[in-house]
Ligand binder design. Structure first.
Ligand code: NAD
Length: 490
């Protein structure tokens, strides 16, 4: 059993008083993994003060030297991946294969970002003023707060912490208190990599206790948030009101369009893995299959055949393809949506209940609804669980219209072999990411990641754009003879 602790000014802090939390395995509630006391306003204040004091020295350190620390963190995470993956599976519930995939992406992000620290140059730009030398340089924002969800508790923090540190910012990292142990394991790796005291601080606390303190404090110059659209909207509104920079990656209701010329078996594979992999608890999960009427029955039959063979269970067990929901609350939400779907008149094709053989975890069967109307709540609202809505469309134009009938715009996919339709879809779909003949999920360290509409606000994370959020661009004019003062251009 591990103690849940905060990390402030280079020290792990145990608290004696305050709100207690327990961390249990969502696949087996009898397994207690950790407990401790949540951070309060006092720790939040201490973390902001520590990050503010550590800022000047860290910002002055040459970027490639900061990058070396990030690179050491990549090496350590890679070396310790098996141990971290097991912890991630026990704390969040995803299968060991999914956990390893997440960690693979996380150390690639760290490696990539370490390299980026050597490329943080500006540009020189010809000035219209005589004998003037003009250039841009990137400077750190300052103290930044990184607020993350529970569903990718290694990868998402890694893709925020790495560019924040490489760019010379100091960090207050607030993970979801549902997955504090994995968050602490990542922070320990950075500690052992040589991050100086105060540069990276960890606060495990509830949003009601410390959320406002982090987002409203004037010393915190940037907030990078990943989580639900509801909370993200509140955060970027708060930040805008005080002129702080924010970047919010939020929810999704990701569509897959299947046209009648598609390889239906390929589409069935892609939709099933996109909808039910990681128990549907991915922002990029497939939640709507929008299918041309002529192939709908065949696609549904093929999906049902696949889903009925899926093995549910503890993610550490061999052969398990789907773990539990992360918490009792998450399971309740999913079950409520299944009831809503039935009441709205959608046809339950498979699933919808709890597997009776797994009573100690928060399991729900993979669930498919057919004949869902685009205006049904299960077609519009993010469920964040293993529930797929099949919407039938009369043709491509109607399928595209249904796909865009959503407040969200994170990711999307189309299955077809028609090159014209592929290019048309890529242009007209309202989503930050488009996949062709492949599932809606996935991402790579060197490729930008993010959404449109209610799914994303601010610069894209990962890849070459990741440093944009964490730096301010300064422009310099050097009048090297004083000639510009007398120039007619002034
Ligand atoms: P959540 O919004 O409940 O919480 C996310 C984090 O924000 C947590 O650490 C939480 O404590 C904190 N938080 C919530 N309100 C806050 C406030 N007012 N001030 C400061 N902090 C606050 O989300 P969740 O349930 O942890 O995660 C699931 C959600 O995350 C889903 O909507 C999913 O789509 C989204 N998500 C999006 C992406 C993406 O890249 N777009 C990736 C993963 C998850």
């Amino acid at each position: 059993m591990t103690e849940v602790r905060n990390f402030i000014r280079g020290e792990w802090i145990s608290k004696r008083e305050g709100r207690e939390i327990e961390v249990r395995n969502p696949a087996d509630q009898d397994e207690l993994l950790g407990k401790g006391i949540l951070a309060s306003a006092r720790e939040a204040e201490a973390a902001i003060a520590a990050a503010s004091e550590a800022l000047p020295a860290w910002a002055r350190m040459p970027a490639p030297k900061r990058g070396e620390i990030v690179e050491r963190a990549a090496d350590l995470l890679r070396a310790e991946q098996d141990e971290v993956a097991r912890l991630l599976t026990r704390e969040e519930g995803k299968t060991l294969a999914d956990a390893k995939g997440e960690i693979y992406r996380a150390y690639n992000v760290l490696n990539y970002t370490a390299g980026q620290s050597r490329r943080m140059g500006g540009t020189t730009i010809p000035s219209e003023l005589p004998r003037n030398f003009a250039y841009t340089m990137r400077q750190p924002l300052g103290v930044v707060a990184l607020i993350t969800p529970w569903n990718f508790p290694v990868c998402i923090p890694a893709w925020k912490i790495a560019p924040a540190l490489a760019a010379g910012n100091t960090v207050i990292f607030k993970p979801s208190s549902t997955t504090p142990l994995t968050a602490a394991a990542l922070v320990e790796i950075f500690e052992r990599s040589g991050v100086p005291p105060g540069v990276l601080n960890l606060l495990v606390g509830s949003s009601s206790d410390i959320g406002d303190l982090l987002t409203r404090d004037k010393r915190v110059r940037g907030i990078s948030f990943t989580g639900s659209s509801e909370n993200g909207t509140q955060i970027y509104t708060t930040c805008a009101a005080r002129g702080a920079k924010s970047q919010c990656e939020m929810g999704g209701k990701n569509p897959v369009v299947v046209l009648e010329d598609a390889d239906v078996a390929l589409a069935a594979d892609g939709i099933v893995s996109g909808a039910f992999g990681s128990t549907g608890q991915r922002c990029t999960a497939t939640s709507r299959a929008i299918v041309e009427e002529s192939v709908a029955d065949e696609l549904i039959n093929q999906m049902v055949t696949r889903v009925s063979k899926w093995k549910l269970g503890n993610g550490l067990d061999l052969g398990v393809q789907m773990g539990p929901l992360v918490s009792a609350q998450q399971r309740q939400t999913v079950e409520e949506y299944i009831e809503i779907g039935k009441r709205e008149g959608a046809k339950l094709v498979i699933g919808g209940g709890r597997p009776s053989c797994l009573p100690r975890g928060f399991f729900v069967e993979p669930t498919i609804f057919d004949r869902v109307h685009p205006q049904h709540r299960i077609a519009r609202e993010e469920i964040f669980g293993p529930v797929l809505s099949v919407i039938r469309a009369k043709d491509y134009e109607q399928a595209l219209e249904f796909a865009n009938t959503s407040d969200y715009g994170l990711t999307s996919s189309i299955y077809t072999n028609d090159a014209g339709r592929i290019f048309d879809f890529c242009e007209r779909i309202e989503a930050g990411m488009v996949h062709v003949n492949s599932p809606t999920v996935g991402g790579e360290a060197q490729i930008p990641f993010g959404g449109m509409k209610s799914s994303g606000v601010g610069e894209r994370e990962q890849g070459p754009t990741a440093l944009d959020f964490y730096t301010d661009l300064k422009v310099v004019y050097i009048d090297y003879t004083g000639a510009a003062r007398t120039s007619k251009f002034y």
